[in-house]
Design a protein around this ligand. Sequence first.
Ligand code: NBX
Length: 826
Amino acid sequence: MAKTTKTRESFDKELFKRSVLYNIKTLYRRTLEEATPQQIYQAASLAIKDQIIDQWMDTQKAMEEQDPKIVYYMSMEFLMGRAFGNNLINLRAYEGVGEVMDELGVDLNLIEDQEPDPALGNGGLGRLAACFLDSLASLNYVAYGCGIRYKYGMFRQEIHDGYQVEKPDDWLVNGNPFELRRQEYAKEIKFGGYVRMYQDENGRTMFKQEDYQAVRAVPYDLPVLGYGNGVVDTLRIWDAEPINNFQLDSFDKGDYQKAVEQENLAKQICEVLYPNDNHIAGKELRLKQQYFFISASVQTAVQKYLKNHDDIKKFYEKNVFQLNDTHPTVAVAELMRVLMDDYYLEWDEAWDVTTKTCCYTNHTIMAEALEKWPQDLFQRLLPRIYQIVEEINRRFNIEIVNRYSNDHNASVDEKLRKMAILYDNQVRMAHLAIVGSHSVNGVAKLHTEILEKRELKDFYEMMPEKFNNKTNGITQRRFLMHANPLLADWCTKKVGDGWITDLTVLKGLKKTAATAKAGKEFMAIKKKNKERLAKYILQHNGIQIDPDSIYDCQVKRLHEYKRQLLNILHVIYLYDKIKSDPKFDMPKETFIFGAKAAAGYRIAKLTIKLINSVADVVNNDPDVNGRIKVVFIEDYRVSNAELIFAAADVSEQISTASREASGTGNMKMMLNGAVTIGTMDGANVEIVGEVGKDNAFIFGMSSDEVIEHERKNDYDPMSIYNSDAVIKKTVDHLIDGTFSKDKELFRPLWNSLLNTKDTSKADTYFILKDFHSYAEAQSKVRKAYEDKAGWAKMAMLQTACCGKFSSDRTIEEYVKDIWHLDKIKI
Ligand code: NBX
């Protein structure tokens, strides 16, 4: 248990113990001995919640007295991970609770394992939102996360015969002990119908949605604890309920029909998270989800403000909306609607407030992830919102015309085509987000540059002042303190515990890193974490791995641009080497994968099957003799990610340059002392900047080179294949029966690299082009690992140099440049 967490302030062990026993009795009519681990978990969680509630109320009180500016972080995803352990850490009660559990004869880890991972997110974007909330609370800012209480979060992944099988994630079966249902803040949300225009008694033109379907949005609040500062912020996630229980004996057929439809709508809206990342399915229900939680959140924010302020025109002085990608972008039009229709502002006044309130973060340049809605669908579902979007678009187009009609270097038509919000019968959400916000940011330096120079070039030229970079970060409270208590303690011993709230303190380790003794300690801790992961893998995968082997880890969503295929092709290449040269000398290496593929993403799912098939062959071939092992960890999620990060030696960050906006797993691995093998992409560039290029293994094309090939459309993987025997042999193993009796099974993967019918579509992610440079980098990794002392030093330097990548730093930058929040005092 982490000594780091010893600095506890007001945690009362006796009170906690009594409270747990009491809860077991009153909830389950049982004694501790009779209670199941799940029941103990529930009882302990409620005991903790008791303490949290007091702090939560104090925070609310401080808020009312101090009237700070509030950020609403609007996101369709919050990938929070388990709350129990994290809450204990931030309450500084982890060790105390551990002691109580010891006294009760209960294993705290077992209790933590009773909690399902709340997986209300796909990957990086959702997890970033969770890290941001942790940092906001820890830095004394008042924040509301606004999202959806999906009944089913990200699916649970099972592997059957090497294939991914999606199982529903029924995370609420046992209830959620930390949540509070806030019926009193329910809101009505309207869909469909038509807009009636009329003059009110003061002669104002009014717009009223009629003949609509409505659902009731009911908020559930989850506490977000700051670290040791008594601040408790709120994640408010919305559930949908039917407005009224309709009468089954209704005589009016029309009413009856409508009532059933309304009830169904309410049942559907929050049913499930769409499991796609970096890809848009364009489903009507998804747009309903978006408007549902945004309308509820915007209405709440405005009403909350007006409780203590009377000038709605100054709303932006006390509130800011950060839109997490384009998914919450209807907020721009919804705020306009509320300001004009409910509070009678004129267009220009409402527009001033809206643009000063909204800010937009872009997380991708992948074309297939850009949200566009068919105009007719949008209009049918959100008739009033559509009118407002039309008017925003009309005014923006006038601006474009005024700006460019006398500019001989620009064509107005071209600009309209590229920048209009409504175009080609589509609503382009990114354009609405940019026009309706005063800040547009990318998530790493390189990503922001690409946005400015390429993807959003026209917008950048027209409104450069809006654009800025905010390099992502991660919270060290979860990803070091909770994930790796041994290393957390070691850091504290070396440099004090200041790193918990200021990660740059770890740079003090640089001096330490020079000594051989420290290196041994560091690697001993790594070894323990590798044993912990080996135990998990044996339990969950039935595969025995060697804690003395190199743990090379690629864990993240499965996507072609992330190039898990490059990784496994390199394993195939190594396997060949071993087969053709039985004495081939290399340190033992374990290739660890973890990844979920979107349910409809064929190539991604087949890549999972390939990894498992390669594992079957390689792990069981006596010629390999344990030199390489391949493991695919089932159901990759926040809780097992923590085990993996702590155990990783090598961090695989191998996306095609320019494609990974930032990456955050790269930072989590670095924090835990894993060395990066990667491309100059996303935040890797900045990681190398901090740790130095001698302490990372960089390979492959630069983003400029990739972009240049795309511009010229001159990349021809087939010519590489035909002229390079090694690549040909490696790739052909996909279709020669080495990894599957059915030689055609992996043909689609082979085709994805070499499809001869349409060269421009083959190997879109330049796997063959980067292959040798990757293999060479891998060979350097193996060589470096053989120098034990050298490796220990390099690993320590990762931890020492990752100060920049705390989400605390990111949040302070958002505050300084965009949000201008006030700190509250408790
Ligand atoms: O956001 C990710 C990027 O790919 C990472 O490079 C970045 O570090 C991270 C945080 O900024 N994007 C991401 O996770 N996107 C999604 O999950 C996503 C989900 C739904 C959707 C589109 C994208 N419709």
